[in-house]
Design a protein around this ligand. Structure first.
Ligand code: C2E
Ligand code: MG
Ligand code: MG
Ligand code: MG
Length: 281
């Protein structure tokens, strides 16, 4: 009875919508609480050379543990943070924390990586003075600008093309480089590739997942690597879980980098330190 009503979308009162709205508000309230009480941490996933397996870089990923210690996945709360505008405060925390950690590793003489990358939401790019925010944090923690890279998606680029272009140019001039994340999944034309100076392109894990069994995915991955090479971008293959996937990628190009559970999941800063100066396996 109740179920049948839930499916009836023409009714004025839609319990399913109501539940969604309540979930949204609840997550928003808890996010606000987490911002005030420091409920976030960054974890670090190694990015390794496809041939040598040396860890060359890391991606910082956000983790949120709620009041009772449950981990809430980014896919669940990042959209809420974006929509509600809370991403601004959370994003400021992320930039500061990543720069602080890079600085701490540098001071300890541990930082042998090319860079640590952080994910930037579209809304962060267009609200407030993002370039100033990044510059301030680089200065505050006295890190080299090349050691922090910013990951953005194609969609973020296209949504606010002019403003984003100015931002990328400004930050590039200060030595801060960008990576295109989830490449190949956004709504975009390839023409933007020639208008920006990116440092690297991340092949989305959806192309890697079936690379061994789906010849079309294998073809797409080869094509993406080709384009990246022509534009002088580094390549990172995301979501590599099996040795055979790494082998196949290596046969395409022996100089790309990869990221995935085969090498390691994202780890706390402390646990990540074992990768510094070490091979992956
Ligand atoms: P992303 O930036 O594309 O990050 C890669 C995601 O793939 C991460 O999930 C990572 O844990 C996962 N992953 C890595 N290797 C493998 C693998 O071999 N197999 C599989 N199945 N997954 C793998 P995570 O941490 O849950 O993050 C999901 C998304 O949430 C990120 O996708 C990013 O869009 C967003 N996100 C995470 N942290 C932040 C952040 O600090 N700021 C913003 N704005 N977004 C973030
Ligand atoms: Mg990313
Ligand atoms: Mg990605
Ligand atoms: Mg992704």
């Amino acid at each position: 009875q109740a179920k049948a009503e839930g499916r009836d979308r023409t009714r004025f009162y839609d319990p399913e919508m109501d539940q969604k709205a309540r979930d949204y508000l609840r997550t928003q309230r808890r996010l606000r609480h987490a911002i005030e009480t420091g409920g976030f941490t960054l974890v670090y996933q190694p990015i390794a050379h496809i041939t040598t397996d040396n860890v060359v870089a890391a991606e910082a990923l956000l983790r949120w543990h709620d009041e009772i210690g449950n981990e809430i996945p980014p896919a669940h709360f990042i959209p809420v943070a974006e929509e509600s505008g809370l991403i601004k405060a959370i994003g400021e925390w992320i930039i500061n924390e990543a720069c602080r950690q890079i600085g701490a590793w540098q001071k300890a003489g541990l930082f042998c990586l090319d860079y640590v990358s952080i994910n930037i939401s579209p809304r962060q790019l267009i609200e407030g003075d993002f370039a100033d925010l990044v510059a301030e944090n680089i200065r505050r923690h006295a890190i080299a600008p090349e050691t922090l890279r910013l990951e953005i998606t194609e969609t973020a680029l296209i949504e606010n093309f002019d403003k984003t272009k100015r931002l990328i140019d400004t930050l590039n001039a200060q030595g801060i480089k960008f990576i295109i994340d989830d490449f190949g999944t956004g709504y975009s034309s390839l023409s933007y590739l020639k208008q920006f100076a990116f440092s690297a392109l991340k092949i989305d894990q959806s192309f890697i997942r079936d690379i061994l069994h789906d010849p079309k995915d294998a073809t797409l991955v080869r094509a993406i690597i080709d384009i990246a090479r022509q534009f002088d971008y580094q390549v990172i293959a995301e979501g590599v879980e099996e040795d055979a996937q790494r082998e196949m990628l290596r046969e395409n190009d022996d100089a790309i980098a990869y990221q995935g559970y085969l090498c390691s999941q994202a780890e706390t800063a402390e646990a990540f330190e074992k990768h510094l100066h070490r091979k992956c396996g």
